[in-house]
Design a binder for this molecule. Structure first.
Ligand code: FES
Ligand code: FES
Length: 153
């Protein structure tokens, strides 16, 4: 089947309709997307499918045929990190960083949809992303910096 990932066309052979996560990691070598729970509950494996954060572990790969998939590897544009990536790095929000790819993908989509998100909106929007190191306050504070900056412009 054909897949469009990070604005690149791939042709992959898939048997038994594996998950999008398996194909990304094992066939396309895009290992930034992480395997956590494997059942759609932790958010570690989220990627954007037509702009919507989607748990790739429970998404059959055939269901994204003809859709636009963006993984953490494809979020930077023209060599520039996404503002969410930048602020998370600047603020050094993570500990082990296992949740980071899914968190970045989800936060990027959230801020695109709601550039003036309130603290509660951020908490609600990131509800499906688990951080075992409990870095939630740092994540929220970092995202608030982006929102504040946007508001000042
Ligand atoms: S690994 Fe997909 S949601 Fe947890
Ligand atoms: S920083 Fe360790 S899981 Fe989030």
């Amino acid at each position: 089947m054909k897949l469009r990932v990070n604005n690149k066309e791939y042709s992959v052979e898939v048997a038994n309709n594996p998950s999008l996560l398996e194909v990304l990691r094992d066939k396309l070598d895009l290992t930034g997307t992480k395997y956590g729970c494997g059942e759609g509950a932790c958010g570690a494996c989220k990627v954007l499918v037509n702009g919507i954060p989607t748990p790739s572990c429970i998404t059959p790969v055939t269901s994204v045929s003809g859709k636009k998939v963006i993984t953490i590897e494809g979020l930077a544009e023209n060599g520039e990190l996404h503002p969410v990536q930048k602020v998370f790095l600047e603020e050094d929000v993570f500990q082990c960083s296992y949740c980071a790819p899914g968190m970045v993908i989800t936060a990027a989509a959230l801020l695109k949809k709601q550039p003036d998100a309130s603290t509660q909106d951020l908490i609600d929007g990131l509800n499906g992303n688990i951080c075992r190191c409990c870095t939630y306050p740092a994540i929220i504070n970092a995202l608030k910096k982006i929102i504040q900056k946007e508001g000042e412009q």
